[in-house]
Design a binder for this molecule. Structure first.
Ligand code: GUN
Length: 286
């Protein structure tokens, strides 16, 4: 039996339609959600992500603005921009596109964002809130994975989830979101010894290592749910995930494709967090 393909593109379309209706009702109440995106330098992948984020906002009625800085911009210039966006009542969410150039201290920049506008949930406060089960915003990629699981009625509680990858953007928050929903969670890395010993015990396997096709069929439990967060460009220009889709789909119960799996859900969750930030700003004013 071949796995059920979890279509992230289709689900993202459904959720964005719901969010669009939500934004329309907010606009009728005089609230127009607003997102500011800061990009430093001219990394082509980051430029595409930022363009996609701005378009996704405009598609559902969210106001957005992009603040571009040269790659040699000073940290102070960026901090100044963040301070003024923190005070701007039209802006409810602030996102600094990563990676930043090496001369800029990521932690210093991210922690300058007002915690109520931190729609990436990268600020230490929001990381702590997530770990203690008190989060307002969840980081977009792991939050998108959770929505994919929930909307496909995939049970989490009591199941063994294995996360391969320990990044601050995906692996670590992913593990805590699954833990919060009652999964038994194991965190591995691409360097874990005898990795397949762990992965082949996973009911839910989430992979975010950046190593093309590193998870092969022999590493996956029959009927497991396999979520591939990786997106890698091969020498022939094609995209592939961290999971060997063709072989693993014959073993897994559910699998996400690349492209068209987790990717489209990430921006969807950014939209959702921006709307949430706007609603919370309005209720804080009342
Ligand atoms: N770079 C890669 N992924 C992300 C993300 O989710 N947010 C930001 N701000 N930068 C990124």
């Amino acid at each position: 039996m071949s796995a059920h393909i979890v279509d992230g593109k289709e689900l993202a379309g459904i959720v964005r339609q719901e969010l669009k209706s939500h934004v329309e009702s907010l606009i009728q109440r005089g609230i127009k959600p607003g997102l500011a995106v800061i990009i430093v330098g001219d990394d082509p992948a980051s430029s595409i992500y930022v363009r996609n984020k701005a378009k996704a906002c405009s598609d559902i009625g969210i106001y957005s603005e992009v603040h571009r800085f040269q790659k040699d911009a000073s940290q102070d210039e960026i901090l100044q921009c963040i301070h003024s966006l923190n005070e701007n009542a039209h802006i409810h969410g602030i996102l600094v596109q990563l990676p930043l150039p090496k001369h800029i201290d990521n932690n210093r920049v991210i922690s300058a964002i007002a915690i109520t506008k931190d729609v990436d949930a990268f600020h230490f406060y929001n990381v702590g809130a997530l770990v203690t089960g008190n989060s307002v915003f969840s980081p977009c990629t792991p939050a998108g994975v959770m929505v994919m699981l929930q909307r496909n009625n995939i049970a989490i509680e009591g199941r063994h989830a294995v996360v391969v990858g320990r990044s601050n953007i995906v692996g670590k928050p992913m593990a805590f979101l699954l833990l919060e929903q009652g999964a038994t969670v194991t965190i591995c890395t691409s360097k874990t010894r005898n990795l397949s010993q762990f992965t082949s015990n996973a009911d839910i396997l989430v992979v975010a290592t950046g190593k093309p096709r590193m998870i092969t069929a022999d590493m996956v439990k029959p009927d497991a749910v396999v979520i591939d967060v990786g997106i890698n460009r091969l020498p022939d220009g094609k995209l592939c995930g961290d999971v060997d889709f063709e072989s693993v789909k014959a073993v897994a119960g559910y699998i996400t494709p690349v492209p068209g799996g987790v990717g489209p859900m990430t921006i969807t969750m950014l939209l959702s967090n921006t709307i949430l930030a706007a609603e919370r700003a309005e209720s804080a004013e009342r």
